[in-house]
Every structure is written in C-alpha cells, then in structure tokens.
Design a protein around this ligand. Sequence first.
Ligand SMILES: Nc1nc2c(ncn2[C@@H]2O[C@H](COP(=O)(O)OP(=O)(O)OP(=O)(O)O)[C@@H](O)[C@H]2O)c(=O)[nH]1
Ligand SMILES: [Mg+2]
Ligand SMILES: [Zn+2]
Length: 311
Amino acid sequence: MIDGLVIRTTGSWYDVASGGDVVPCTVRGRFRLEGGDATNPVVIGDRVSVLRQPDGTGVITSLGTRSTVLVRRAAGRRVGVSHVIAANIDAAWVIQSVDLPRFNPGFVDRFLVMAGVHRIPAGIVINKADLLDDRTGPPIRFWAELYRDLGYPVLLTSALNGEGVDTLLGALTGRISAVAGPSGVGKSTLLNAVDGTLDLRTGQVSSRTRKGTHTTTSASLHALKGGGYVADTPGLREFGLVDLDPPHLSHYFAEMAPVLSGCRFPNCTHDHEPECAVIEAVDEGTISQERYASYLGMLRSLRLGARDVGR
Ligand SMILES: Nc1nc2c(ncn2[C@@H]2O[C@H](COP(=O)(O)OP(=O)(O)OP(=O)(O)O)[C@@H](O)[C@H]2O)c(=O)[nH]1
Ligand SMILES: [Mg+2]
Ligand SMILES: [Zn+2]
C-alpha cells in the first residue's frame, strides 16, 4: 500500500504521484456511490491510498479528508449537480484576458462566490496585458480597481512579454493553487511562462468567434520548480453556482456582507424588500451598479435552479 497525490484524471483512470513515481490507477466501485451529487468521486489534489498491482497499475482504496474543494455546477447537467474541479487547494485564481476573449466580469463574480462558499482564498489574473491600448485599457483599469477595492489580489500578466509573470510565480510557489477561466485566455501558456518545465499544451483563439478552442481537455496538477503545485484546468464557458441558498448569496459579496445587518428583514434578498441596506448602498454609490446587477443575475439563476431541483 502506498500513499499518493492525484495529479490527473482521464475517464476512469487516475494518475497518482508517489515518491517520484506516477502510478496509473482505477478506483474501487464504492467511491462512485459515495461521490453523492458530484459527477466525479476522485479529483486532482486528492490524497489517496493505492494498492499496487503486479502489472504496475494501482487501485485507489481510500480517499483522505479534503481540506477544501473548488466546485462548480456540472456543465449541461441538471441544476444542483456539482463538479469538483480540485481538492485540497490553498488558493484559486480566476484567469481572464484583456481581450481575445473579452474580460468577463460575470464569470469572475461567480468564481469569487464559489471560492468564498468553500473558503478558498481567491485572486484575479488578467492576462494578455500586451493587448492593453486606448480601447481595451479603460474597461480593464475599471475592473482591476473594482476588484482591488474589494480586497482581492489582481495581477496583470502577459505570457507574451513576461509582465507580471514573476509576481504570479511568487504567488503560486510553496502552496497548492488552481487556475480556472474561459478557453483561450492563456491559462496554459501563462503557466508555461511561470515555469518552463511544465510544457503544457496550448492552442489558438478562433479568429471568427474570438473564443478559445478548448485545448486543455482534463485538469492536471503540476509540481512547481520552487515548490508547491498548480492545477491547470480546461476552459469553461461559465462558472455555474451550486451549494448555495438564495438568501445566503449576499454573504459572499465582500461589499454587501458588512451592511447586511442594516436590512429590515433578516432573510432579505435585496431585490424587492423595503428598507434594504444593500439597495440603499447601491443608491448612494458605495456598492457598484455592476456588482449589484451581477448579484441580481446570480439570484435569478439560483431561484430558477431551486425550482428545477424541486420538480
Ligand atoms: N497576446 C497574447 N496572447 C496570449 C497570451 N497568453 C496566451 N496567449 C495566446 O492565447 C491563445 C490561447 O492560449 P492557451 O494557453 O491555449 O489558452 P487556455 O486558457 O489554456 O485555453 P484552454 O486550454 O482552451 O482553456 C494562444 O494563441 C496563446 O498564444 C498573452 O499574454 N498575450
Ligand atoms: Mg489550456
Ligand atoms: Zn436587503
């Protein structure tokens, strides 16, 4: 029996790193059942025990307790079905780009909420800083300042000219981190720039749709030269919410949490109720219109989701 770390999952095979070896493993059937609502019972970052087989493969026989999980709603699945992206991570970074594809604040907000729900410190990387110009600059500066003011670290990077790459390396070294974001923002290219030993596959952005082409197809965890691990993950169209009741959503908006006690109703959802401290703060300009609109969009999708699950 050996102990190891799950570094890649593809279909029913799991690569487990242990003492310098990588052992391809299967899992015992009962994990599939214990996985509950999640689509995947064993994920990258999991600590596992493995029974070695004579042919060099292994069988995962037990799963360590997870300190954290990065979770999103499973793509194309009934609402409420979750997909665990990675376990036991110390930090999560949402990657966006200055352009090609365009910065998506709705994606960022959903990611930050889900990281908050699972108590994972989160930050924002805006890649392709070499594409900053008179057109792209003003909106990017607006979003960078907004998220910094909320207390999140915001890094501007360019895998092309190296800007911000050392800062990102410093933030990743010595801990287990995961990156996630839309396809084509340059997640894999940026991680290759951070650590030249990674050699991750990278793709192109379609000139027609200006979107990425989903080059990375499975999540994988990589040792960094200075210590620690980073998980590269496949591009996502959207970061879907799970594990959240509508009245709790505002707790995960950093600028709303401090004013919530001022609402007249303790279960206020801040969209129609009278004497709502959040709506007052939006009217006074201390909570931004953009973030409030994003909140309302999420509230709507959570309410639709609650009905869907009830059927
Ligand atoms: N201009 C510019 N292009 C970049 C930068 N980083 C990555 N790219 C380009 O963006 C395209 C997509 O890069 P990938 O690293 O494959 O993107 P990804 O986010 O990993 O995409 P998926 O694996 O599909 O999720 C490639 O053509 C890269 O060369 C950058 O900093 N500046
Ligand atoms: Mg990639
Ligand atoms: Zn309220």
